[in-house]
Ligand binder design. Structure first.
Ligand SMILES: [Zn+2]
Length: 248
């Protein structure tokens, strides 16, 4: 698909299956946290050029913007002592995750935060959950049946979570879908809303003309799939916002 055809396709998709934003998210300072921030996989293995099999091969504007927004909002949340929860995809070499090639292997550096977020590693305001599956909610279960994410929601009495990260149509979507389903059956009290910030999410780019030359590869045009990820999340009940307003 040439760039003109790709632009026409995204226009068609946006008009046939629009994702209208659910207004702005207003975060006002008050005693209880206005929201909890959830960061999904803002790690080298998915975001840093050349960092591994699932990392971008060239600089990518959508991914760069997502990292920038993640760093900006994480700083605001930590300054205001509002809780932050970060998932980091992390795998052991002897436990593959089909259909994906090896990625984010322990010790490779791919499994760690991007440089702009490295400071989160030691911030007491941040809860980090390393996960070895796409779905963060599922990955937050402990052997005893408790769930680290649900416990975090309960501990801080969070009613709204704001979600940023990568990939819009993989880990962000799966986390949102599972958490919304869990909310509906009373497993994550007092959570009410999952708000996905569209400008703070990104997905990878594998244009069809490139995918054709890779055996078994599934084409994944970035803008289309980012849109579809937001669309699917909204269809499951997530709110989508394209602007965050921070009141002083
Ligand atoms: Zn993985």
């Amino acid at each position: 698909m040439g760039s003109e055809a790709a632009a026409a396709a995204i226009d068609l998709l946006r008009s046939a299956a629009p994702v209208l934003p659910d207004g702005d998210l207003l975060l006002t300072p008050r005693e209880a946290p206005a929201a909890g921030l959830v960061l999904v996989d803002v790690s080298n293995g998915f975001c840093t050029v050349g960092a591994g099999n699932l990392a971008p091969v060239t600089p990518n504007k959508q991914i760069e913007k997502m990292v920038e927004e993640s760093a900006r909002l994480a700083k605001v949340f930590c300054e205001r002592n509002w809780p932050v929860f970060a998932f980091l995809d992390t795998h052991y070499p002897d436990k593959p995750e089909p259909p994906f090639p090896p990625h984010c292997i322990v010790g490779s550096g791919e499994e760690n935060f991007v440089p702009a977020l490295e400071w989160l590693e030691n911030d007491p305001n941040v809860t980090i959950r390393r996960k070895d599956c796409i779905d963060g909610y599922l990955a937050a279960f402990e052997k005893d049946g408790s769930n680290v994410f649900s416990d975090w929601i309960a501990k801080f009495q969070i009613k709204t979570v704001l979600v940023l990260g990568i990939c819009t149509d993989y880990c962000v979507l799966d986390f949102a879908s599972s958490t919304l389903a869990a909310r509906n059956i009373g497993r994550v009290p007092p959570l009410e809303d999952i708000v996905i910030y569209s400008e703070g999410c990104a997905t990878f780019d594998l244009p069809v003309e490139v995918a054709r030359s890779i055996k078994g590869a599934l084409a994944h045009p970035q803008d289309l799939m980012h849109h579809m990820g937001l669309y699917m999340a909204k269809s499951r009940g997530a709110k989508i916002v394209d602007r965050i307003i921070l009141e002083e």
